[in-house]
Write a protein that binds this ligand. Structure first.
Ligand SMILES: Nc1ncnc2c1ncn2[C@@H]1O[C@H](COP(=O)(O)OP(=O)(O)O)[C@@H](O)[C@H]1O
Ligand SMILES: [Mg+2]
Length: 468
């Protein structure tokens, strides 16, 4: 079809809906028309018969009073039965002799001998004569009067048939009009009804063709299903946009962060190549292996952080009791702490259950405890506490280490940030970034406070399980 056609006709769904609409509209109009026609035809027929019957009764009365001449006079003078149109009237004496007869010329083709007549006086019968040509019929009511005379009054259905034929024509014209209205209405209703769907299609098509996800479905006015669908698609596109932007940023970050260690790796290898001293070369190779391991570990952690930050990290949340989680982590670091005469104290309220990914949360605790043990000098103390506060689980890790200078405090959560005095200790500067990313991916928050020279205090807040 040409592109000048309205959209509703060009797409199959629109056309189908328009046709359905028109079909239902026309079908109901047709039902109405047929019903009207049947009822009208029945009531016309009843009206005709009523007329005939009333007239018959009146003529019979006139006959009783004035005999055949009386009836004839009445008929001539037209005093009786002010009925519309001509009637057939016949009076037959007891010996079947014709006493009175009146019939319009055009009805003479009916064969009156076919008429069924009542035998008993007072008895009344109905009979219908047809000429067999499918045209009008003659409806006749007969009554046998007390003196044996037979009175017949009848009328042809020609007027009725003509009326109905004209009515049929009117109805046909009506139906044609209805059909046109239904088709036009169907197209119009479908076109406007499918407007949100077309907008949606155009938006999605634009995105598929250009690859840009910044296009949006125009907001719908009504709060109907299609409008809601548009809004949902927009929300989905927003989300996709955010994730894509997040991933792009994460990729940039990872590339940027790996540049330095890779350059260092290359530098070590290059220096070894040019030195020519086998001992130095051996040492350089060992350093390379170490550096490669670092890069590998870094890459993994950077990817984890990016995933957690962009919301693409797969978290298997389950109700986890905090006490068990803390105990398992403490067990891991007990030996390291003992070696440096550091005491780890735990004070975890029973019954604290958090909806978290067990492995990821263990990583969080391990990183906090690792820092605490690592940065606290010999003989120090590390204290882990967990309690419920304001409907959340609050877990703190405090140490008696050197603390963090105030200007460094906000930076400890940055990727690859390492405090000035921490350069000599092992570490990638990614531990706290991972802690923050994971906790926030769980809907929690992190905080740090420190008094330099006295110690540091890290706090994480997590939603509590309702079943706690
Ligand atoms: N318990 C702590 N006591 C003192 N400084 C800390 C403590 N935890 C973290 N920091 C500071 O925050 C920085 C970032 O920590 P982190 O991200 O875990 O990296 P890393 O431990 O690899 O250095 C550390 O380099 C250190 O300067
Ligand atoms: Mg660390």
């Amino acid at each position: 079809m040409s592109s000048r056609w309205p959209d509703a006709l060009r797409d199959a769904l629109g056309l189908r809906l328009a046709l359905w609409y028109a079909a239902i509209f026309v079908a109901s109009a047709l039902a109405l028309v047929v019903l009207t026609y049947v009822l009208l035809s029945a009531s016309l027929r009843r009206y005709d018969r009523d007329t005939i019957e009333t007239t018959l009764v009146q003529y019979a009365r006139a006959y009783m009073i004035g005999g055949a001449p009386g009836l004839a006079r009445e008929l001539r003078e037209g005093n009786l039965a002010a009925t519309p149109g001509p009637l057939f009237v016949r009076l037959l004496g007891p010996g079947e002799e014709l006493t009175f007869f009146s019939m319009p010329q055009q009805w003479r083709r009916f064969d009156l001998s076919q008429l069924d007549t009542p035998r008993l006086s007072g008895e009344q019968t109905w009979a219908t004569l047809d000429t067999g040509d499918g045209g009008d019929e003659l409806e006749v009511a007969s009554v046998r009067l007390a003196d044996g005379t037979l009175l017949q009054v009848g009328r042809s259905t020609d007027r009725r048939k003509e009326l109905l034929a004209r009515f049929r024509l009117v109805l046909l014209v009506d139906l044609a009009v209805v059909l046109v209205i239904a088709l036009a209405g169907g197209v119009a209703v479908t076109w406007s009804g499918l407007q949100p769907v077309r907008a949606l299609r155009d938006t999605v098509r634009g995105i598929v063709q250009t690859g840009r996800t910044d296009a949006r479905v125009p907001p719908a006015s009504g709060g109907d299903t299609l409008g809601e669908l548009g809004n949902l698609v927009n929300a989905m596109l927003d989300r996709i946009d955010r994730v894509v932007a997040g991933m792009r940023g994460a990729l940039d970050n990872v590339a940027h962060d790996l540049r330095t260690p890779l350059t260092r790796l290359r530098g070590i290898a290059e220096e070894a190549l040019t030195s020519g001293d086998p001992v130095r070369q051996r040492a350089a190779l060992a350093e390379c292996v170490e550096e490669a391991d670092r890069v590998n570990a870094m890459l993994h952690t950077l990817m984890d952080i990016s995933e957690a930050e962009t919301g693409t990290m797969a978290l298997t949340r389950e109700p986890v009791p905090l006490s068990a989680l803390v105990q398992q982590t403490v067990d891991l670091y007990e030996d390291a702490a003992e070696d440096r005469a550091i005491v780890i104290e735990t004070e975890v309220d029973e019954g604290l259950v958090v909806p978290v990914d067990r492995t990821r949360m263990r990583q969080v605790l391990a990183n906090l405890l690792d820092n605490a043990v690592k940065y606290t000098p010999e003989g120090g103390r590390v204290r882990i506490r967990a309690r419920a506060h304001d409907g959340r689980a609050v877990l703190t890790v405090e140490d008696t280490g050197p603390g963090i200078p105030p200007d460094e405090l906000p930076r400890v959560w940055e990727r690859l940030y390492r405090g000035d005095r921490s350069r000599s200790t092992r570490g990638l500067g990614l531990g706290l970034s991972l802690v923050k990313a994971i906790v926030e991916a769980h809907g929690g928050s992190v905080d740090v406070s420190s008094v330099p020279g006295t110690g540091s205090r890290f706090e994480i807040r997590l939603p509590l399980s309702t079943i706690a």
